[in-house]
Design a protein around this ligand. Structure first.
Ligand code: ADP
Ligand code: MG
Length: 245
């Protein structure tokens, strides 16, 4: 039961041509909640994230962020999009800019902060993700795990109301996964509202308030992790869990 909804999807449908990729999606994420989204490849998890941020349009239904509908375009969209940060599997850092510049750039361009203020804030955030000592380096000089932590700092720099993570550790070597998950755990403890697509079931168990299981574009289960993992209701979820656990 939603008490303080921040992200609300009501009856959302989306097609890619003849493919019905999101089907009757109802999803409410309360402020401060961590929702982990899992499901087989192709079930629509990335599309769900992208529609929440309006990187993709929807065919029907409504999406509201903090009570306001997502605008279709223009400045209002840019503003609302900045309220929901996104962290991707591929970190998408600017290769020719320093770590500090990567975190400061959008603050100056979108948030209109002056550069000194942006850099000051960037250093605080880099400290928070354990990378202050690397501020003057270039992305290629960092490990994948470090680059992903920079991407998280960059997202935080916009002071988002919520963060979406789409398989943030899938591209990482195993030994780097935990350093990224630990940053995400800390964000969760600090009260950040998060939607996290991940196959890291340890993270889901320890950080998630709810696990949303998707299959074929539908939300099949939406329950607390301890219930979901010990007694999945659907055959699809049981089958999925048997393959990954
Ligand atoms: P997941 O993230 O769960 O693996 P996706 O949301 O990426 O799933 O994809 C869901 C389905 O939509 C897949 O069948 C995929 O091939 C298809 N799809 C994703 N993006 C596009 C696109 N831009 N155009 C056409 N089909 C797409
Ligand atoms: Mg995906």
């Amino acid at each position: 039961m939603a008490v303080d909804p921040l992200i609300e999807l009501r009856d959302v449908n989306k097609h890619y041509g003849t493919l019905h990729v999101l089907r009757d999606i109802d999803l409410v994420v309360d402020r401060g909640e961590v929702v982990v989204v899992i499901g087989p490849s192709g079930s629509g998890k990335s599309t769900l994230c992208r529609t929440i941020n309006r990187l993709e349009t929807i065919d029907s239904g409504t999406i509201t962020i903090d009570g306001r509908p997502m605008p279709d375009e223009g400045r209002a969209l840019a503003r609302l999009r900045a309220e929901v940060g996104m962290v991707f599997q591929s970190f998408n850092l600017f290769a020719h800019k320093t770590v500090l510049a990567n975190v400061s750039l959008a603050q100056v361009k979108v948030r209109r902060r002056d550069k000194a203020e942006a850099d000051r804030r960037s250093r605080e955030l880099l400290e928070r993700v354990g990378l202050l000592a690397h501020a003057e380096k270039y992305p290629a000089q960092l490990s994948g795990g470090q680059q992903q932590r920079v991407a998280i700092a960059r997202a935080l720099a916009m002071e988002p109301k919520a963060l979406l993570f789409d398989e943030p550790t899938s591209a990482l070597d195993p030994e780097m996964i935990n350093e990224v998950l630990e940053v995400m755990q800390q964000l969760a403890r600090d009260g950040m509202t998060m939607v996290v697509v991940t196959h890291e079931m340890g993270f889901a168990r320890s950080a998630a308030n709810r696990v949303v299981f998707m299959a074929d574009g539908r939300i099949v289960e939406d329950r607390p992790p301890e219930e979901f993992f010990t007694a999945p209701r659907s055959e699809r979820a049981r089958d999925f869990l048997s393959k990954i656990l």
